[in-house]
Design a protein around this ligand. Structure first.
Ligand code: GDP
Ligand code: MG
Length: 168
């Protein structure tokens, strides 16, 4: 049977949980160790959405988020994107519009979602609920409050992205 291959990219500042999200979704595991990603790779997962067999490849950006030239090459051919920030990191939230611009500079307008990760740490939030909703509205992307640690809303996130992509 024909399988639809989809390339997804996860972008955002360092330590927001990008590598963890990919591991969680593709391997079903979570580790609290923080390893700066070395080299770049992707993990994949097969899923079936609305009668379509999909092979979703999730690319992890180098862990050298500060080096534009390196990360940009990973966006190439990206068909869906996750814009991720951490509940406990204000800077990562403020950087979201620039991450969206970087992705769009490279691949144009693709299906994206805004992810507020680490909502298990909501008591330590560095932004208000209203600010997050404003950001999603301003950027015209759907918002997912998620916790990779607690496995909350990650399945829903990728289901949304893939089905939006397929129905384009
Ligand atoms: P990356 O630099 O964006 O790839 O971030 P990592 O995936 O390496 O995660 C950075 C740190 O945040 C690690 O210690 C993870 O275990 C932790 N982390 C990731 N997701 C969550 C989450 O949902 N909740 C909490 N509390 N910690 C998380
Ligand atoms: Mg990483």
């Amino acid at each position: 049977d024909f399988e639809v291959p989809i390339k997804g990219v996860i972008v955002g500042n360092g330590a927001v949980g990008k590598s963890s999200m990919i591991q969680r979704y593709c391997k079903g595991i979570f580790t609290s160790e923080y390893k700066k990603t070395i080299g770049v790779d992707f993990l994949e997962r097969q899923l079936n959405i609305e009668e379509n067999d999909v092979r979703l490849m999730l690319w992890d950006t180098a862990g050298q988020e500060e080096f534009d030239a390196i990360t940009r090459t990973y966006y190439r051919g990206g068909q869906i994107a996750v814009l991720a920030f951490s509940t406990t990191d204000r800077e990562s939230f403020d950087a979201i519009p620039s991450w969206k611009d970087k992705v769009e500079d490279e691949v144009g307008e693709i299906v994206m979602a805004l992810v507020q990760n680490k909502v298990d740490l909501i008591d330590e939030a560095k932004m208000s609920v209203e600010e997050v909703e404003e950001m999603a509205k301003k950027l015209k992307v759907k918002l997912f409050r998620a916790s990779v640690k607690e496995d909350f809303n990650i399945e829903e996130l990728f289901k949304y992205l893939v089905s939006s992509y397929l129905s384009k």
